[in-house]
Design a protein around this ligand. Structure first.
Ligand code: BQF
Length: 325
């Protein structure tokens, strides 16, 4: 009873949540990433149709898949399907594991100068021997739909419009479309990867008056060298807690502020009892949902958003590609 009061006191605006009559506890609203991603895909599809109606060629995405990583194959096939569903043309380029750095860069350069291609992505991680950084930087910034090129990260860091990494933009869209209060509130991002944790933190902390649609939050980045005791001190202050560490079960209910919005970016493939692969996040979902106000599931949370936003980025690249034919 007391906790119910505490939860509604701290976060009186929560409606529409399931109610455990047996325990007299409210559980978090589950943020349906699959549904929100579907909404975004519908919006992109409409924008693609008006773009084509206006006499422009259909946007085209090239996805480069190197080697045989099964997770990478799944991700590329998710992207190809999403492209098809919104009317974006796509081509998958399969490269053997032993392709050299030089020949991969040469292929990318040929797509950079091909005016019929709007977006290029190289599925990560790459096999050993290939330098991810150099390869990502060989993609022309205007076709870099993953937004990993320094020019795109630089624009994001300077509050300038441009291509924003899809997972980060997906996290922002989940927060904004769920109408979470963010202005002047506290955010904690766990994970400092250049492709995920860092751009998420940039979008959360920066000035909403800039061109990137940032959220004006007081933002802390925690990472592998944050001591676990300090980690809990930080996370307990978070109104928005973003877990992007890739450590299953890292976030337990003791670490979560009552009513907080918990976004689980972690995606680890684990074998279940039947030996089948399933995805698991960084958050102990069942425990944390008793404390949080909002929570994203894995699967069906951030993952589908990443793919949907990639389509938005591809349309953006097409509309900003100076030499397209
Ligand atoms: C879902 C990715 C780690 C490293 C490289 C839907 C995806 C995943 C999950 C997906 C990811 C993760 C992608 C779900 C693309 C997200 O239903 O929960 C879609 O396809 N993703 C990637 O391209 O590279 C990664 C995670």
């Amino acid at each position: 009873m007391l906790r119910r009061w505490v939860v509604s006191f701290i976060n009186p605006s929560h409606t529409n949540r399931t109610f455990h009559t047996s325990k007299l506890l409210r559980t978090a609203q589950i943020i349906d990433g699959k549904k929100i991603a579907g909404d975004i895909l519908n919006e992109v599809k409409q924008s693609v149709e008006s773009w084509v109606q206006a006499g422009n060629r259909r946007p085209k995405l090239v996805a480069i898949l190197v080697g045989h990583n099964p997770a990478s194959k799944t991700y590329v096939s998710n992207k190809v399907k999403a492209a098809k569903s919104v009317g974006i043309d796509s081509e998958t380029i399969l490269c053997s594991t032993d392709i050299t750095q030089v020949s991969l860069v040469e292929r990318i350069q040929s797509y950079n100068t091909d005016p019929s291609i709007d977006g290029i992505l190289v599925q990560l991680p790459l096999p050993k021997g290939l330098d991810e950084k150099k390869i990502c930087h060989s993609i022309s910034p205007s076709k870099d739909v993953d937004g990993f090129h320094s020019e795109n990260i630089g624009n994001l860091s300077s509050d300038k419009s441009g291509i924003i990494p899809a997972t980060a933009l997906g996290v922002r869209e989940l927060i904004v479309r769920t109408k979470i209060d963010t202005f002047g509130k506290n955010a904690v991002v766990i994970g400092r990867s250049k492709h995920v944790g860092l751009p998420i933190a940039l979008l959360l902390h920066a000035d909403g008056n800039g061109e990137t649609g940032a959220l004006d939050m007081t933002t802390t980045i925690c990472h592998r060298h944050t001591s676990h005791m300090d980690l809990q001190k930080f996370t307990l202050l978070a109104d928005v807690l973003v877990a992007a560490a890739g450590v299953p079960g890292l976030i337990t209910k003791e670490m979560v502020k009552p009513g907080a919005c918990v976004i689980d970016v972690g995606i680890t493939r684990v074998k279940d009892a039947q030996g089948k692969f399933k995805l698991t996040g960084d958050v102990d979902f069942n425990g944390v949902k008793e404390i949080a106000g909002f929570i994203t599931p894995v699967p069906g949370g951030v993952g589908p958003m990443t793919v949907a936003i990639l389509m938005k980025n591809t349309l953006f690249a097409a509309q900003h590609n100076p030499k397209r034919t």
